[in-house]
Each structure stands twice: as structure tokens, then as C-alpha cells.
Ligand binder design. Structure first.
Ligand code: ASP
Length: 454
């Protein structure tokens, strides 16, 4: 199967290297275009061509998510073969997701209180009108909505928790039917394989898509946006990196004994995609492949924990909400006190359960956190300008958290192939080879024309 990250032998550049080049090229071109300030470039190249190609690429990634999750989860549930194991994987990953998010925001708030960004901030020239608070769904509502009334509409709307729930129920039903489900299981295996091939086709366009997305962001976001909120940005980036490189890696090492170094190498492609798209959801296909093929986490675990994590686990988003709350409290000279900060932690953890992994949603949820602790939500306007770039970094942190929990849970269940994890070349296949391999062709012919297959 083609891969997103082969480091490959031969003189050809790996796809990851090409994506990196696209990203760096995008930053350079974006910054140049931003400084040129040409209306033609802004309207036709940045707002036209770059916006179109970038959107096509993100759309293509999103187009993969629902079918990929359905078939890989069905294969996972049927492959696990044991409903108790499924329950354990669900329980462990849910607990770990809540735990890592709570740790993330607690550390972020502490760091922000120590650094104290926003003290003596000058509000002159900032338009804070027109920001309204998001409605906070209750925890009960969030849980009740996991059960879809109409699975087709859940699929159509990409309601990830509902899709996961429904697919698992169908998978369990198929398991209990035993032998009668044999051809259904084979069909799912085939569809899963087919979807992986579609992923490979989309990935071949990734360097161009990433280039356009990044160039557009940097062309639109002038560097001067950062100056007034530089204290916020540096505290936030510091807290995100602290969580990414220290906290998560410590949790990984202590609970599973796996090497953080190897882990970081293998998750890099997913981090690049998360950074470029600012969407955990759109990154699901890449995260799945990284943990599955590069790290050796069995599909029976990964097919569940990855989409589940992309939906409920948002460490980076919680960190942003913690730092932003402290920053805005300082700007407005309001002392939240220890009770206020505990409320922020609880709210952010709950908010991350009910929030989909799409761009910018963390900021919307921040309005809910702010109104809960009595801070003026108009304050959001102050950090709005820099949020896209912060979103890109926090999304990379979000999906890294998903992969850490996947690795821990898979290892604890004996579902992580250490030989694959420790092999630097695991999963490195020439991703540009989109020709049909003979074995797959054979299977395809059999599946598509069973009457001819005798
Ligand atoms: N963009 C983030 C994600 O997809 C969510 C957010 O913080 O806005 O994970």
C-alpha cells in the first residue's frame, strides 16, 4: 500500500519531504505576497487560485473521512472478535483523553499565570463589537446525541460520534452472527483496502494542496497582527510545545515504555497535515496510517481511537483556552481566583468532548468558557487576528495527543507490533506507485465479478 511518509531509498523525494517543501515554499510566497500588497495578487492568486486549490485539497481529505472511518472501524470491530476487549479499549481511551486534556489545560493555566501575558495591554484601536457567546451544550445533551436517530443523516453530516456509535453497533451485530457475516467481513476488508488506495491518490496531491493552504494563510495574515498580542502568542506557543514535547512524551514513556523519539518521527506526516489544514477531522486518514502502518498499532484499536480522539480529544485547543482566559483576565484586570480557573479547566475538558475537530471551532468554544467565568466575550476580538496560525499549531498538538493515547492503549492490550514500531522504514512504500499491484488486481477481479472467478 502506498504511504504518506516513505523515507525511501533511491533518489526520489519522499512525499513527506515534498509536503515540507510545499509548506516552506508556501510560507515564503505567502510572506512575499503579503508585503507586496497587490490587489491583483490578493484577489486572483491568493483569494482565487490558492483558495481554490487549498479548498479542493481539504475537501478531498474530508471526502475520505466518513467512508474510511466506517470501513476501518467495521474491520476493527470484527477483527477484534471480543466485545470485552472493545469495551476496555473504549474505556481506556476515553479516560486517557480526558486525563491528557485536563493535564494540558492545568499546566497551560499555571504557565500563563507565571508569565502573566496581557498585563498593561493597550485596547486602543481594537474593535470588540459583534462577538457573541456560544451556547454551552450540557454534558447530558452531548452524551444523548451520541445515539443517532437517523444513521444516514449522521453519515451525511459527518457526525463523528454518531458514526462511531452506529458503526460499532453494526460491527458487534455482525460479530454475533458468526459465519453468516463472512462475506460481509470480506466486503468490508475490500472496501477498507479500496479506501486506503483512494487516500494514496489524494495524498499524491498533498504538496500542492499544502503549498496553497499555507501560502494563502501567510499572504492574508500580516506579521504586524502579532505585535499587539506577542505576549499571548509566545505564552501559548510555549505552552503548546511544552505539552507536545515534554508532557505527552513523558506520559507515553511512563505508561508504555515506548520511545518518544521514534514516536515523534513516525507521527510527523500527520502533524504536517494537521498544521496545514487546521482540522483534526480532515487529518484522520493520515493519522490512521501513521499509527497503523508506521507505528504498528493494530487496526482493531486504531480504527476506534483515532476518529474518537479527533472528535473528543483536544489538548491543544484546551491549552489555547486556558492561556486565552488568563490573558484576557489580565487585559481586563479581573482576578478569576482559584475557583475561576478550576471552572475553566472543567469547562474546557467538557467543551472538547462536544466539539468537532474543524478549523476555528476552539475559538467559538472559548466564548462559552469566558462567559462561564464572567469575562467579557468581546475580548476574543483581540486574539482573533492570530487565531488561524495558533489553530494550526494546536491542531498538530491535538492529533499528537490522539496518537499518543492510541499507542498507549494498543501497547497495553498487546496490539502494538514492536517490530514495526522500532523499524524506521516500516510502512515506507513508494507512495507514488499508484499502479495496481497484481495481488490486489486478482482480489479485485474476484470481488467485482464473482461469477467469473471460478
Ligand atoms: N482546529 C482544531 C482541530 O481540528 C480545533 C480548534 O481548536 O479550533 O483540532
Amino acid at each position: 500500500m502506498a504511504d504518506v511518509s516513505h523515507g525511501a531509498s533511491g533518489h526520489k523525494l519522499s512525499l513527506t519531504a515534498k509536503v515540507m517543501i510545499g509548506m516552506v515554499g508556501g510560507i515564503i510566497v505567502g510572506v512575499i505576497f503579503n508585503n507586496l500588497g497587490s490587489a491583483f495578487i490578493d484577489d486572483h492568486i491568493v483569494g482565487g487560485l490558492f483558495a481554490m486549490v487549498g479548498k479542493m485539497f481539504v475537501n478531498a481529505l474530508k471526502m475520505l473521512v466518513v467512508p474510511l472511518v466506517i470501513f476501518s472501524l467495521l474491520c476493527g470491530v470484527m477483527g477484534i472478535g471480543d466485545i470485552r476487549l472493545l469495551g476496555r479499549v473504549g474505556g481506556k481511551s476515553f479516560g486517557l483523553y480526558l486525563f491528557t486534556t485536563a493535564v494540558a489545560i492545568a499546566v497551560a493555566i499555571t504557565l500563563a499565570i507565571i508569565i502573566g501575558p496581557g498585563k498593561g495591554f493597550d485596547m486602543v484601536g481594537i474593535d470588540t463589537s459583534g462577538v457573541t457567546a456560544a451556547e454551552a451544550p450540557t454534558v447530558w445533551e452531548v452524551f444523548a446525541n451520541i445515539v443517532p436517530t437517523n444513521p444516514i443523516s449522521a453519515f451525511a453530516n459527518g457526525e463523528m460520534l454518531q458514526i462511531i456509535f452506529y458503526t460499532i453497533v453494526v460491527g458487534i451485530a455482525a460479530l454475533t452472527l458468526g459465519d453468516a457475516s463472512k462475506s460481509f467481513a470480506e466486503a468490508c476488508e475490500y472496501m477498507n483496502e479500496l479506501m486506503m488506495k483512494v487516500v494514496a491518490i489524494v495524498m499524491a496531491f498533498a504538496p500542492y494542496g499544502v503549498f496553497c493552504l499555507i501560502a494563502k494563510t501567510f499572504a492574508e495574515q500580516g506579521i504586524d497582527l502579532f505585535i499587539p498580542v506577542i505576549a499571548y502568542v509566545t505564552t501559548l506557543v510555549g505552552a503548546l510545545f511544552l505539552h507536545l514535547f515534554i508532557t505527552l512524551m513523558l506520559i507515553l514513556k511512563v505508561t508504555s515504555g515506548l520511545s518518544p523519539f521514534t514516536f515523534m518521527q513516525k507521527i510527523r506526516p500527520a502533524q504536517l497535515f494537521a498544521f496545514s489544514t487546521a482540522s483534526s477531522n480532515a487529518t484522520i486518514p493520515v493519522t490512521l496510517r501513521c499509527v497503523n502502518e508506521r507505528m504498528g498499532a493494530d487496526n482493531s484499536v486504531a480504527s476506534f481511537t483515532v476518529p474518537f480522539g479527533a472528535t473528543i480529544n483536544m489538548d491543544g485547543t484546551a491549552i489555547m483556552q486556558g492561556v486565552a482566559t488568563v490573558f484576557l483576565a489580565n487585559v481586563y484586570g479581573i482576578d478569576l481566583g482559584i475557583g475561576g480557573y478550576i471552572t475553566v479547566i472543567a469547562m474546557a475538558v467538557l467543551a472538547s468532548i462536544g466539539t468537532a475537530g474543524v478549523p476555528g471551532v476552539g475559538l467559538v468554544m472559548l466564548t462559552m468558557v469566558l462567559s462561564q467565568v464572567g469575562l467579557p466575550i468581546e475580548g476574543i476580538a483581540i486574539i482573533l487576528g492570530v487565531d488561524r496560525l495558533m489553530d494550526m499549531i494546536r491542531t498538530a498538538v491535538n492529533i499528537t495527543g490522539d496518537a499518543v493515547v492510541t499507542a498507549i492503549v494498543a501497547k497495553s492490550e498487546g496490539k502494538l507490533d514492536l517490530a514495526v514500531f522500532n523499524d524506521p522504514d516500516a510502512g515506507l512504500v513508494n507512495e507514488e506507485n499508484l499502479s495496481i499491484d497484481p495481488a490486489a488486481e486478482e482480489r479485485l477481479a474476484t470481488a467485482a465479478r464473482p461469477h467469473l472467478a471460478e
